[in-house]
Design a protein around this ligand. Structure first.
Ligand SMILES: *[C@@H]1O[C@H](CO)[C@@H](O)[C@H](O)[C@H]1NC(C)=O
Ligand SMILES: *[C@@H]1O[C@H](CO)[C@@H](O)[C@H](O)[C@H]1NC(C)=O
Ligand SMILES: *[C@@H]1O[C@H](CO)[C@@H](O)[C@H](O)[C@H]1NC(C)=O
Ligand SMILES: *[C@@H]1O[C@H](CO)[C@@H](O)[C@H](O)[C@H]1NC(C)=O
Ligand SMILES: *[C@@H]1O[C@H](CO)[C@@H](O)[C@H](O)[C@H]1NC(C)=O
Ligand SMILES: *[C@@H]1O[C@H](CO)[C@@H](O)[C@H](O)[C@H]1NC(C)=O
Length: 482
């Protein structure tokens, strides 16, 4: 009679947890109530079947019906013990589930944190080191271990845990990818860039303090000339590595598509004279990730005065006074002709920069070339070129001796020249306005991270200066007067 109840007690498997803690709670609670009810019921039945009668002698007789003697009081006790154990186990399991839920939340939080950091690392170019990767990897493998533990302690599949596990796997892959991408340069960067990082941080902090002057639309010349330049933003090391200290880089300007992002990077060979290969990147992100759109080969370009303008690469042809126009899409030289009277052969190159006798420049008005002639006695000569024919459209003679300036660039028809103040400071000190033929002095200080500015190219597309600074690609924002 009581056997079925007993059997019922043995049945539930307390070791297994259903997926849903709430469902589990109510199931176990019901089971517990049933057990308690059975115990009470049994106790009542044991003593309730008492019938009283009056016999012939007037004495009261009471007979107590004792059911099946094999019914064990011990069994009832056992039942009670089992119920108690069950309830304890249930409590334990429940608190474990609560703890698991908490831990899952914590893990999710940690994964979110790591994800944010990985994203940050993906976006910023130089803020990570090998150590960062190691720390990330340790954290991720810790998480992985914990989740594996969690998985094995909860029997059956659990959607949340599986999800977390997947996310951790994804993170691991991502970190590995990031790390392998950077292997080529990380050591050089670590050695050289710690101080640059600090300066960058300072720059970012100070950015917030300074009031941003009004900006002018790219390509427009409605401002009244250069006002200031920002702190240097170190983008990255050039693609050939730390020992390639000379070269040029910048952003293409296509007047019909000013939004289009194309960058070139042309490191010179380590002799500082010529280059054979240069690379084109289709976006800033690609540049950061060394994801080359294409690599082109020239035989050869001389000096670090090349520019990319409207999808054509303009450069000084090695060992000649020729200038050439190279179609980066068709991968061919479309035009090469002499620049009349230009002196070449490292005769009037810039101070501290060799072989840049012919320096191309691009501004809002088009293509320019900055050089010297024997006639100018080494002073800077500016010519506006027809970019289709490479013919000189107009020429301006300045009174600034070229070998005493460190570099030069054009903005809205105005030439600006720099000079070295110290190993950490450069000054934009001279200007020549081709619109009016007037020259004058300015003073805009350019902080620099390394000593020599090998090339300086302005891009009207984003009004920035692109500087090749001893192998590092550095960028400055330019602000204008209104
Ligand atoms: C009480 O005992 C009598 C026999 O003496 C039995 O017939 C009856 O069913 C019992 N009642 C209960 C409620 O068990
Ligand atoms: C996640 O990052 C925030 C802010 O950096 C921090 O307060 C929190 O403690 C981090 N959480 C974990 C689980 O690491
Ligand atoms: C893992 O990455 C794959 C592919 O990038 C993506 O489809 C999936 O949603 C990611 N899973 C998680 C859990 O983030
Ligand atoms: C910069 O300033 C804005 C607004 O004043 C503020 O919300 C933000 O937290 C600041 N950022 C830093 C890095 O100081
Ligand atoms: C020019 O910019 C630099 C760097 O942001 C800043 O320190 C300096 O105060 C600015 N100079 C002027 C005159 O605004
Ligand atoms: C440049 O040369 C081309 C071809 O001769 C000519 O069509 C164009 O008008 C010239 N551009 C300028 C600005 O002179």
């Amino acid at each position: 009679m009581y056997h079925p109840y007993h059997a019922h007690v043995e049945e539930p498997e307390v070791q297994k947890l259903p997926n849903d803690p709430i469902l589990m709670t109510s199931e176990l609670r019901n089971l517990f109530f049933i057990l308690v009810y059975i115990l009470i019921d049994v106790s009542l039945k044991l003593f309730a079947n008492v019938t009283g009668t009056l016999d012939d002698h007037g004495s009261c007789q009471c007979s107590v019906y004792l059911p099946d003697t094999s019914f064990p009081v011990q069994k009832a006790e056992q039942l009670q013990v089992i119920a108690t154990t069950l309830i304890q186990k249930f409590e334990t399991e429940l608190s474990q589930v609560r703890e698991y839920s908490k831990r899952i939340e914590l893990y999710q939080q940690q994964i979110l944190n790591i994800t944010i950091r990985v994203e940050h690392m993906e976006q910023s170019s130089i803020s990570y080191t090998e150590l960062d990767f190691q720390l990330l990897k340790v954290e991720i493998s810790d998480l992985e271990r914990l989740v594996t533990q969690l998985k094995s302690s909860v029997v059956g599949s659990n959607v949340i845990i599986d999800q977390i596990y997947l996310e951790i796997m994804n993170l691991t892959i991502l970190v590995n990818e990031l790390e392998s991408m950077d292997k080529n340069n990380i050591l050089a960067i670590r050695r050289q860039i710690v101080s640059l990082q600090n300066q960058l941080r300072e720059c970012e902090n100070s950015k917030n303090i300074t009031v941003v002057p009004p900006s002018f639309p790219p390509g427009s010349c409605i401002h009244r000339g250069l006002l200031n330049v920002s702190q240097p933003y170190v983008v990255k090391l050039n693609w050939k590595g730390f020992s390639y200290k000379y070269g040029s880089w910048g952003r293409d300007y296509s007047p019909s598509e000013p939004e289009k992002e194309i960058y070139w990077v042309a490191p010179l060979e380590t002799n500082g004279r010529y280059f054979e290969y240069f690379r084109i990147y289709g976006s800033f992100d690609d540049l950061l990730l060394y994801k080359t759109m294409y690599e082109r080969r020239l035989r050869y370009g001389e000096g670090s005065g090349a520019v990319l303008y409207n999808n054509y690469f303009y450069y000084h042809v090695y060992g000649s006074s020729n200038i050439a126009k190279y179609d980066i899409n068709a991968n061919s030289v479309v035009l090469s002709k002499a620049l009349p009277s230009a002196t070449v052969g490292n005769r009037f190159s810039y101070a501290g920069v060799s072989w840049q006798d012919i320096d191309f420049a691009v501004d809002e008005n088009g293509l320019w070339v900055i050089y010297s002639t024997e006639n100018s006695m080494g002073n800077i000569v500016i010519s506006k070129l027809n970019e289709t024919t490479l013919d000189v459209l107009n020429t301006w003679q300045t009174r600034q001796y070229r070998p005493s300036v460190s570099n030069a660039f054009m903005v809205c028809g105005i030439l600006y020249a720099t000079r070295i103040l110290s190993t950490r400071k450069e000054e934009i000190f001279y200007m020549y306005d081709t619109n009016t033929g007037e020259e004058g002095s300015v003073s805009v200080i350019m902080d620099k991270n390394l000593e020599t500015i090998q090339s300086l190219a302005y891009s009207p597309a984003d009004q920035r200066l692109y500087v090749y600074n001893d192998g590092y690609l550095v960028r400055y924002d330019v602000t204008f007067q209104h």
